[in-house]
Design a protein around this ligand. Structure first.
Ligand code: C5P
Length: 216
């Protein structure tokens, strides 16, 4: 079988990471969550209280451990759970709009995918990080359904939230991500759109797996 890269992009809470993980497991590929990397820099930004983004990316010690599920290590500490908290979610789109941050992370992400065999999810994977990915998916779902899924997710993680605030947060982040100057969230021309509203996780995973097989 040929080694390939799969890019999965789409708006907030569309189910990208759940599906990407399952597809990666199925084909023994490596799953890379690029959003977690933006979240880690955002946590560092909150801690450092500076708007000097050149300095932030120069000084940050960020390690992405990819075996057995992705872990994010910031300055020696595992922050994989911490970066899901509301304070980080509130600020991440702002930090992700900054040029030094994007240049730094896109470079790191391209290094991670160098050997192929990754399923990478995010906002600009198909357009900017891996423009040559063999399979590109643009995953969408209604705001209502995305907010409901995130509510369940947060419950499992022990993060307090309510449906209305989640809807507002999802819409606000989508607007910010779609309208920023550098590599905004947009469907790559050669990406296949999948609307997951009303579909089960299994249905979406199977659909993408079939598409992946045809490229291998
Ligand atoms: O995927 P997740 O919701 O964790 O991403 C958090 C934020 O990180 C997004 O709302 C977006 O602002 C930013 N992001 C990005 N480019 C990516 C992945 C995430 O700008 N490739």
């Amino acid at each position: 079988m040929k080694k390939i890269n799969i890019a999965i992009d789409g708006p907030a809470a569309a189910g990208k990471s759940t599906i990407a993980k399952l597809v990666a497991q199925k084909f023994n590929m490596i799953y890379v969550d690029t959003g977690a990397m933006y979240r880690a820099i955002t946590l560092y930004y909150i801690e450092q209280e500076t708007e000097d983004f050149d300095r932030l990316v120069k000084e940050i010690d960020l390690k992405i451990v990819l075996d057995n599920g992705q872990r994010v290590i910031l300055n020696g500490e595992d922050v994989s759970e911490r970066i899901r908290q509301n304070d980080v979610t509130q600020k991440v789109s702002y930090v992700a709009s900054k040029e030094p941050v994007r240049t730094f992370l896109v470079n790191e992400q391209q290094k991670l995918a160098n050997e192929k065999n990754v399923v990478m999810d995010g906002r600009d994977v198909g357009t900017t990080v891996l423009p040559d990915a063999e399979l590109k998916i643009y995953m969408i779902a209604s705001v209502e359904e995305r907010a409901l899924r995130r509510l369940k997710d947060n419950e499992l993680r022990g993060i307090e939230s309510d449906l209305e605030s989640l809807k507002l947060d999802i819409e606000r982040r989508d607007q910010y991500d779609m309208n920023r100057e550098i590599s905004p969230l947009v469907k790559a021309e050669d990406a296949i759109s999948i609307d997951t509203t009303g579909l089960t996780i299994e249905e979406v995973t199977n659909k993408i797996s079939e598409l992946a097989k045809s490229k291998m």
